[in-house]
Design a protein around this ligand. Structure first.
Ligand code: C2E
Ligand code: MG
Ligand code: MG
Ligand code: MG
Length: 283
């Protein structure tokens, strides 16, 4: 095979690059198969109110139940899916699956909180509003049950097109949430241009709270900004009670993180909601 490539004169990669390209190509094939073989699953991570301690939402996070490698993290395959464009099919599957699950909860008479789904920037095109309309209609769901998490890279691309798609989504009744806030390159002033209802402070800043002065200052600035823009603020990756207490005292609205729960399988999430599990806010 290599010989044939050499003879064809198309071998312009170094051997290592060639190896990486092959691995990527192989992963893409396996991932494409995973999609049809139903090896992809959604886990749910609760978001809790820092006012009441109750579960007020959850984020759907994809996992790959690989037949031989066990549960594969999205960090391992989402980047490849984005590079190859396969994220469009995966993204559609995620939306469909989250909506199918919400329909099942409703049919079972379970009152579930709002569910957030992560969107890749590549999914964010003119057809997105219609794709969302179709899936909501398929499962007969009100748009208010779904939130879309997007990242700052979308704002940087910042074309008018992006704003008008966002406006269309909001007009449909969907809520937009800015994920990983503070890690990208967007200017803070961009924020007021976009119809975003929630900011999620990235774990990178939560880690240093309350010991690292810089992280505390950044967390405080983000919370103040969000409040002024009348946006809800969620802290992600909260692992300790000290972090919780600090963020709560600054006026952060919600917390998501291992302190309360990691992302869990559907049945575990259902038990949590049904049992009325709450976060203890008092120190
Ligand atoms: P994200 O959307 O920022 O999700 C938060 C990540 O932080 C999740 O990792 C979650 O398990 C992890 N996390 C939550 N709380 C804690 C904590 O207290 N400590 C620590 N150390 N980690 C915490 P996960 O599930 O591995 O997902 C990684 C990223 O993959 C997500 O980051 C998101 O960008 C992407 N992703 C996941 N599912 C999807 C999807 O369906 N579509 C798209 N486009 N991207 C997805
Ligand atoms: Mg997210
Ligand atoms: Mg995030
Ligand atoms: Mg993050």
């Amino acid at each position: 095979r290599i010989k044939a490539e050499e003879e064809s004169g198309y071998l312009f990669y170094s051997p290592e690059m060639n190896q990486r390209a092959k691995e990527k190509w192989q992963l893409e094939g396996e991932l494409r198969h995973a999609l049809v073989a139903q090896q992809l699953v959604l886990h749910y991570q609760p978001k809790v109110s820092l006012r009441t301690g109750e579960i007020v939402g959850a984020e759907a996070l994809i996992r790959w139940r690989h037949p031989t490698n066990g549960m594969v993290s999205p960090a391992k395959f989402i980047p490849v899916a984005e590079e190859t464009g396969l994220i469009l099919d995966i993204g559609s599957w995620v939306l469909d699956e989250a909506c199918r699950q919400m329909r099942a909860w409703m049919d079972a008479g379970l009152a579930m909180p709002i569910i957030a789904v992560n969107l890749s920037a590549r999914q964010f095109d003119r057809l997105l509003p219609n794709r969302l309309r179709t899936v909501l209609e398929r499962y007969q769901l009100p748009p208010e049950c779904l939130q879309l998490e997007i990242t700052e890279s979308l704002l940087v691309r910042g074309a008018e097109g992006v704003i008008s798609i966002m406006n269309e989504l909001v007009a449909m009744g969907l809520a937009l949430s800015m994920d990983d806030f503070g890690t990208g390159y967007s200017s803070l002033s961009y924020l007021k241009k976009f119809p975003i209802s929630t900011l999620k402070i990235d774990r990178a800043f939560v880690i240093g709270v309350p010991t690292d002065e810089n992280d505390c200052a950044i967390a405080q600035a983000i919370i103040t900004l969000a409040k002024q823009l009348r946006q809800e603020i969620v802290a992600e990756g909260v692992e300790t009670r000290e972090q919780m207490a600090f963020l709560r005292q600054l006026g952060c609205d919600q917390l998501q993180g291992f302190l309360f729960s990691p992302p869990v399988a559907v049945s575990d999430f259902e038990s949590m909601v049904l049992s009325g599990l709450r976060l203890t806010l008092e120190p």
